[in-house]
Design a protein around this ligand. Structure first.
Ligand code: SF4
Ligand code: SF4
Length: 149
């Protein structure tokens, strides 16, 4: 479900541009509408919704797929830091609504270290078959989890 920006709500802060891993959130600078963000290529959207959750104006919505909601629906996400939850609001074309709530992770917003602050992998680590920072972060050195009966 790619994202799109509601230009009436966007104030051009650029936070979605900074956080988008696919670099598809750009800012326009039209003399008519001013500085506004827009998704330049929805086909390349990872659907990670980092921009949706980061936008302080709640200006970014999603275009849901037809198997998720019939055409002509509206899908919005609100990040409520006071209640520590993310609320998804789905409005169907017949006017009925559905709402889902999920807790925000337990780590404080913005407290996860960026990839740039991590140690640079050695050549041996680059050449190995391990993923980045494996086994340290995946904890696979402590043995794989096995199902218990
Ligand atoms: Fe606009 Fe929201 Fe992006 Fe800021 S984060 S530029 S308000 S869409
Ligand atoms: Fe970029 Fe993710 Fe937003 Fe798509 S959902 S525009 S990939 S930040």
């Amino acid at each position: 479900m790619p994202t799109y920006v509601d230009p009436n709500k966007c104030d051009g802060c650029g936070k979605c541009v900074d956080i988008c891993p696919s670099d598809i959130m750009h800012l326009s600078n039209s003399i008519f509408s001013g500085r506004k963000a827009y998704n330049i290529e929805p086909n390349y959207c990872w659907e990670c919704y980092s921009c949706v959750k980061e936008c302080p104006q709640h200006a970014i919505d999603m275009r849901g797929y037809a198997d998720f909601a019939p055409l002509d629906h509206k899908l919005t996400v609100l990040r409520d830091e006071e209640k520590n939850e993310v609320r998804w609001k789905l409005k169907y074309r017949d006017g009925s609504k559905n709402e889902f709530k999920f807790p925000i992770r337990t780590k404080a917003w913005g407290s996860i270290p960026s990839p740039q602050s991590q140690k640079v992998p050695t050549k041996e680590q680059f050449d190995s078959q391990f993923l980045s920072h494996e086994p340290e972060y995946l904890k696979t050195d402590q043995g794989l989890v096995t199902a218990k009966r």
